[in-house]
Design a protein around this ligand. Sequence first.
Ligand code: ZN
Ligand code: ZN
Ligand code: ZN
Length: 337
Amino acid sequence: MLRLDLLENAMDSFDESIAYFIRAEDKGESRYYKFSILLIAHTTELMLKEILKEKGHYLLIYTDIDKINSNRLSYAHTVNLEQSLNRLNLVGISIPEYIVKKIRNLYNERNKIQHFEIKLSEGEASKIVSEGIVAIKYLLEEVVGNNLNDYLEEDLIEEMNKIQSLFNSYIQAAKDKISDKNSSLLTYELFPNRMIKLPCPSCGEKYIVKEEGVIKCYICSNEFLNIKDCIENDAHCYISDVCERELNRRRNSGKYLIDYCKSCSTDNCYYNENKDSWFCVTCFYNYENTACQNCGNPTLYKQVGFYYDFYQDMESEFICSDCANQSTKYFEIRDWE
Ligand SMILES: [Zn+2]
Ligand SMILES: [Zn+2]
Ligand SMILES: [Zn+2]
């Protein structure tokens, strides 16, 4: 069990976070949402570090352990989120991906608040803070083994539950509006004859529709010109995560040829037979296909193979990497492009 005082420090920030949310509601001052988010992100940060200290070793919270001067510990850099998660893993604490994702989102929102001027609606703020609550509850109850109710006053627990149901009511309202208007959710034919529902690049929720020539999110109210605009604004990788998951499901089926994308370098570019082109599910780039002039297979990376023909004249042809690696026909192979 963790030392109470350390957790109480984290819980103080949590307390304050909820209080700021209520103040934003009561006073209609949306800037208080920002403080609420900053504080809830701070709570998770403190919790992760304290878990690392207590379940691992206190030195694990410092970035560069070899360079620590024990007299100047308060000046030493401490670990960032990815390092905390990685080190927690090393000491045998694995946090499920859905919780990690919520924490990452929270940190992203905090960065946005710290570095840009952003406006937050009640819906967005309730989503971000709700996710923070879920993550904190998980860390405290599942990892530490304590009960959240033991740390919070009853009225605060009530307020916390209210924030969560507020977010659910936004989801319900979005669903209702979409069905009232008879609009359909934004989808994309990611694979031949397989439409995939895409999430909003700003908030990650799937209540986004195409309506009157624009793409509009019913949760965060952000608008996008078209799919390309959505992809370009997918800074949190909400869309690419969904699409990569779809590709990974198909990766080992052998049904699709998959290669590295020339634009984003991920191993997520597949050959679409219907369109006779290569498509990257991460950056949505389309590449023209070339058939290998030796074996006829679709190729993304063209290479040029030089060989001597029947008359001993030197010839060249575009070939796929399999032919480049395996065929004995060529005396020289060069990269093309
Ligand atoms: Zn949205
Ligand atoms: Zn790509
Ligand atoms: Zn070939």
